[in-house]
Structures are given as structure tokens and as C-alpha cells.
Design a protein around this ligand. Structure first.
Ligand SMILES: [Zn+2]
Ligand SMILES: [Zn+2]
Length: 396
């Protein structure tokens, strides 16, 4: 294994400039959502120059490339889309498009994955296949489905991804066992009844009372319908009904979010909310219609993927510089990949160590480019570690 790692590290050290250059080109021309043709062109061109055979996804946005051969395939995934957000840095390679920027660091992720792909491609014959995936539309959450629809995850033994962490100094990397991001669903509850005079609630359906009962009862009941460690939380942000003090309205609506920390909690959430809203509404005789919109499942790192990723990180940044990230309450569409293969996601520190600390999705976000080599090495080392580990594929 050390031969592969030395070859990967040697190549990356001498080609760091090229990777920074690619990152800056992507950074200066941010593209949104599924529509990333220019970014895809840049990545494709570089892979073709290296003699590789990238395959663009149907529609031409995003691509995947296989390196090495054999039945064992390990995936590495980078997201490549930007945000509809004005860049507020004065970087010489700042976004040239008004109102768009790479404020989530996906340009860095593309450079990590490109570094890993090219370094693996020139290494001695690999112990299996590495599929490097450049995915559009993470921010808009459609990209994972596109990757799945293109069959890119078929046959993968496991798949890994990294995300920039602007609150952690460059030179550090981290991952955690279990969920590293959270799930957030949206729920809209419409109640209706005949309406009427507040003097005669017994002849109508007291809709304001019914809405209030749902608001005060359903969150508590829902949290008791799953394991408390799933951290399932229903919070309403909007309630609308009525206008006159003495008239019972005939329509009312509640809007809220359903957040959960685990995959099991997310799987159970929709049914639990629907059932409990129906049951509480039935007590009030209000008619109910529930519009429940699924977000993304949490990215749930499985034990082997976690350990492979952590081992690679320790080899790259040193054991003392591997930290334990907190679970983010944000969503990440890499969570869908876990339906097809065990996943491992980690974070790479990109804070330069001086100057104000910015957050992801802020126009002032700046990533230290020294993290590119770290991200590329972690991905490539993880792939080698995974392909040389005992197989978890069913045999025979
Ligand atoms: Zn983002
Ligand atoms: Zn992101």
C-alpha cells in the first residue's frame, strides 16, 4: 500500500499549482444547480488530457470517470455547483458573474477529486477500480438523483466525499461515526370546516382551536413515537386562520419543519407526523390535508467507511490533527448515496488561520488553497485503503 501512497503524494506535490489553477477557473465561473456545462467542460478536458475516459451524465452536466480495473469499485464524489449569492471577497479570481459564487467551496471539492483522479491514474496498477464522480446540483438537491439515474452508483462497494469546513484551520481534517449531517422535511397542514359563529362552536368545527391543538400536541407526540436519540423535532413557523374575533374560520393552515438526526428517525418521520396530525384533527372533527415534502436523509457514515476515512486522514494530516466534527443540522444530498452503498463523509479545514472567520454560504467565504492537496490525498488514500481492505462484497 505504501508504494501507491508514495506515488500519489509525489505526483500531487509536483502538480499542486495545476490543481489550484483549475480551482480558480471554476471559482471565477460559478454555475448553478443542474446547469453546469462550463464546469463540466473544464473537468472533462483535464481528465481527457490525462488519457482518461470520462462519461458525461445524460444531458451533459456532470460526469464520472473510472480509474483502474477489476470488480471492486470504490466511489469518490465531489459536488461542483455554486450558489446564487454575491461574492464579497477581493480575490483576484473572484466570481466574474454577478450574484453567483462558490460560497460552499464546491470548487475546492472539484479540485480535491481531480487531484485524486489524476494521482491515482498515474500510480502503479491499482488494486481495483476507483470511480470519481463530479456531481451537479447539490445545493438544489437534485444532483444525487441524477447520479443514481445514470447508474453511476451501481456496483460501488462504498463511496466517500469531503466538504470544506471554514471554522477549522487548514491542516486539520475530521469525520464522525454515524450521522454527520441532518435531515429536514417541510410539512404544510390544511384544516377545513364549515365555519360559523363563535357563539355556537358546537354546531361548527372550531378551527382555531383545532390548529392550536395540533401545534401544541403533535410535536410532543411525534418525538415520543421514535427513539429519543433520533432527535426528531417538529417546529411550526407559520399559522394562519381567521380574521374576525366572533367568526369561526372555515380554513386554516400550519407550516413547519421536521428535523431529525438519524436515518432511522428520518425514515419514521413522515408516517409519524401524518398519523398524529390525522388523529389529533379527528378529535376536533376538522377535515385535514397534509402536504409533506421530503428533504434529504442524513449522511450516515457506516463504521467501516468511517474507519477507512479516518485512517487516511491520520496518515495525511497526522493523528493529532484529526478532529471530531459536530453533526451539522444542514442537509446534504450525499445522504441519498447510502441507499446504494455504505458512505463515508468527512470535513477538511480551510480556515487560513488569520483574518475573520466566515461561514459557508457567506459572500465573504475564503478557502485556504493549501487544503487542496490535503483533500486530494485524503480521497486518494481512502480509495486505496478501501480497495486493499477485506472485501465486503457478497462472494459466490
Ligand atoms: Zn452549501
Ligand atoms: Zn456544500
Amino acid at each position: 500500500m505504501s508504494g501507491w501512497l508514495a506515488s500519489i503524494d509525489g505526483w500531487l506535490r509536483t502538480h499542486e499549482r495545476q490543481l489550484i489553477e483549475l480551482r480558480r477557473q471554476i471559482h471565477a465561473h460559478p454555475e448553478l444547480g443542474i446547469d453546469v456545462p462550463h464546469t463540466t467542460d473544464l473537468i472533462e478536458r483535464r481528465l481527457l488530457e490525462a488519457g482518461l475516459s470520462p462519461q458525461r451524465f445524460r444531458g451533459g452536466n456532470g460526469l464520472a470517470v473510472d480509474i483502474g480495473q477489476g470488480p471492486r469499485i470504490v466511489g469518490l464524489r465531489a459536488d461542483i455547483d455554486a450558489l446564487p449569492l454575491q461574492e464579497l471577497t477581493n480575490l483576484p479570481f473572484a466570481s466574474r458573474i454577478d450574484g453567483r459564487s462558490h460560497a460552499c467551496g464546491h470548487d475546492m471539492h472539484a479540485a480535491f477529486a481531480m487531484g485524486a483522479a489524476l494521482a491515482l491514474a498515474q500510480a502503479p496498477e491499482l488494486p481495483g477500480r476507483v470511480r470519481v464522480i463530479f456531481q451537479p446540483a447539490e445545493e438544489t438537491l437534485g444532483g444525487a438523483h441524477m447520479v443514481i439515474a445514470n447508474g453511476i452508483l451501481d456496483g460501488l462497494e462504498r463511496v466517500f466525499a469531503l466538504h470544506c469546513e471554514p471554522q477549522v484551520k487548514v491542516g486539520q481534517a475530521g469525520t464522525r461515526l454515524g450521522a454527520i449531517t441532518a435531515a429536514c422535511d417541510l410539512v404544510e397542514i390544511h384544516l377545513s370546516g364549515p365555519g360559523g359563529h363563535t357563539a355556537r362552536p358546537h354546531l361548527s368545527v372550531d378551527l382555531v382551536d383545532a390548529l392550536a391543538r395540533i401545534v401544541t400536541t403533535v410535536p410532543g407526540l411525534t418525538s415520543r413515537s421514535v427513539d429519543p436519540r433520533d432527535g426528531l423535532s417538529v417546529v411550526f413557523g407559520a399559522i394562519e386562520a381567521g380574521s374576525a374575533p366572533n367568526a369561526i374560520p372555515s380554513e386554516g393552515v400550519l407550516r413547519g419543519t421536521v428535523r431529525t438526526l438519524t436515518r432511522a428517525g428520518w425514515t419514521a418521520a413522515e408516517d409519524a407526523v401524518r398519523r398524529l396530525v390525522d388523529e389529533v384533527a379527528a378529535l376536533t372533527r376538522a377535515s385535514v390535508k397534509i402536504d409533506y415534502r421530503r428533504g434529504v436523509p442524513p449522511v450516515d457514515n457506516d463504521v467501516t467507511s468511517f474507519s477507512l476515512l479516518r485512517t487516511a486522514m491520520a496518515g495525511v494530516v497526522g493523528d493529532d490533527s484529526v478532529y471530531m466534527p459536530e453533526q451539522s443540522m444542514g442537509g446534504e444530498d450525499f445522504g441519498w448515496y447510502a441507499d446504494y452503498a455504505p458512505v463515508g463523509m468527512g470535513r477538511i479545514g480551510v480556515y487560513p488561520g488569520s483574518g475573520p472567520m466566515s461561514d459557508l454560504h457567506q459572500g465573504t467565504f475564503v478557502a485556504d488553497e493549501r487544503a487542496i492537496l490535503i483533500g486530494a490525498r485524503v480521497l486518494a488514500h481512502t480509495a486505496i485503503g478501501s480497495l486493499t481492505s477485506p472485501t465486503s462484497l457478497p462472494t459466490g
